[in-house]
Each structure stands twice: as C-alpha cells, then as structure tokens.
Design a protein around this ligand. Structure first.
Ligand SMILES: Nc1ncnc2c1ncn2[C@@H]1O[C@H](COP(=O)(O)OP(=O)(O)OP(=O)(O)O)[C@@H](O)[C@H]1O
Ligand SMILES: Nc1nc2c(ncn2[C@@H]2O[C@H](COP(=O)(O)O)[C@@H](O)[C@H]2O)c(=O)[nH]1
Length: 184
C-alpha cells in the first residue's frame, strides 16, 4: 500500500494558508484535511466540523490531559489542537493528510514525525500581510495586533523549513506547494 504523507502547512495569520489549502483539496481530492479543535469563537460563516471543532477551555484542557491531541498550542489568546484519531486513521489507509497549523505545532510535529513535509508560507511583506488580515475583516483589532506580533516570530523561524514559499501570486504559490507535496 502507498505510504501516506503528513503535510504541514504553516505561516503567519492572513498569509493565505487556508486559501491555498482549499485550492489544493479541490484539485487533489485524494488529499485529506485535519480539522482542528479550537477554543476560538467561530468567525462569521465558519461551520462546526468543517472549519473547526469549537470547544470550551475546560473541554480543551481535558482533551490535553487525555492525550487526544497530536500537538496543540496557545495562539493569540486561544487554544488550537490536532485531534490524533483522524490523522492516524488517514495515514493507516495509506492516504496523505494536511495539517494547517501555527509554528509551535509545526515544531512539535517535526519531533514526532521527522518525515513530515513541512511547508512555510510567507507574505511578500509585513505591510501586505497586515493589508490581507484587515481586508479579510474577520478579526477584532486586538486579535489583529496579536497576530501581527506573532507573525514576526514566525517569519524569523523561516530557516527551520525545507520548503519556504512566498504567496505573492496565488496561482504561483499553489503550484510551488504542489511541487513541495508531490516532488518525492
Ligand atoms: N496571493 C494573494 N494575494 C492577495 N490576497 C490573498 C492572496 N492569498 C490569499 N489572499 C487573501 O488573504 C486573506 C487571508 O487569507 P487566508 O484566510 O487564506 O489566510 P490564512 O493564512 O489561512 O489566515 P489564518 O491563519 O488567520 O486563518 C484572504 O482574504 C485571502 O483571500
Ligand atoms: N498548533 C496548531 N495551530 C493551529 C491548529 N489549527 C489552526 N491552527 C493555527 O492557528 C492560527 C490561527 O488560526 P485562525 O483560524 O484563528 O486564524 C493559524 O496559524 C492556524 O494555522 C492546530 O490544530 N494546531
């Protein structure tokens, strides 16, 4: 049976990870996406079980204690975690799965899955990143400020990643992510 790949897509908030991942899933229906659990409130239009599993802080902490997450992290005042079961099930079927996660989670995955393909998406500039987050218009001001502060740390860690892709032109970025996933 073919070996499934664990694919980590990371990068600062607003860089376009979700946009790229949605395109990848449409173009490559054989790829699966891991749906994370979060304590963040749903954004307008987000759907339980599609975008995230939404939970309380208490429930999230219980899940941590029961080691239900492959990795988890605190990000901009909320918790996010990758449920173990789906990832395990998909990989056992020989299929590949994408984790769209932040930097600390990507580092944790590198420890337990050294063969994971870890792809960092970068913005053309910090000014463009801020413009994209604001234009998206789905985060309150305080959250935007926390996300931009975190973005600087995430960009500074770029040399930890074998694949670094600048999302300037969306189509070009998608092509480069496809090359990173399917190259070997
Ligand atoms: N290449 C691009 N050029 C211009 N705008 C883009 C590009 N790629 C994505 N965007 C836009 O940037 C905004 C942020 O994209 P997206 O929500 O996919 O980011 P994200 O990295 O998933 O953010 P988060 O981590 O906060 O969920 C969206 O409005 C999206 O349409
Ligand atoms: N470490 C993890 N990070 C995750 C997970 N799910 C999402 N994320 C990342 O959090 C930030 C914020 O996401 P948002 O939806 O509130 O904009 C972003 O970088 C996501 O990629 C996870 O399970 N673990």
């Amino acid at each position: 049976m073919a070996q499934g790949k664990l694919i980590v897509i990371t990068g600062p908030s607003g860089v376009g990870k979700g946009t790229i991942v949605r395109s990848l899933l449409q173009r490559h229906p054989e790829l699966c996406l891991s749906v994370s659990t979060t304590t963040r409130n749903p954004r307008l239009g987000e759907i339980e079980g599609i975008d995230y599993y939404y939970t309380s802080q208490d429930e999230f902490k219980t899940a941590i204690a029961k080691t239900e997450f492959l990795e988890w992290a605190e990000y901009a005042g909320n918790y996010y975690g990758t449920p173990k079961t789906k990832v395990k099930e998909v990989l056992e079927q020989g299929k590949s799965i994408i984790l769209e996660i932040e930097l600390l989670g990507a580092r944790a995955i590198a420890q337990c899955f050294p063969d994971a393909r870890r792809i960092l998406i970068l913005p053309p500039s910090l000014a463009e990143l801020e413009a994209r987050i604001r234009k998206r218009g789905k985060d309150p001001e305080l959250a935007i400020e926390k996300r931009l502060a975190r973005a600087k740390e995430e960009i500074a860690a770029k040399d930890e990643f074998e694949f670094q892709i600048i999302n300037h032109d969306l189509e070009q970025a998608i092509k480069e992510v496809e090359e990173a996933i399917f190259s070997y």
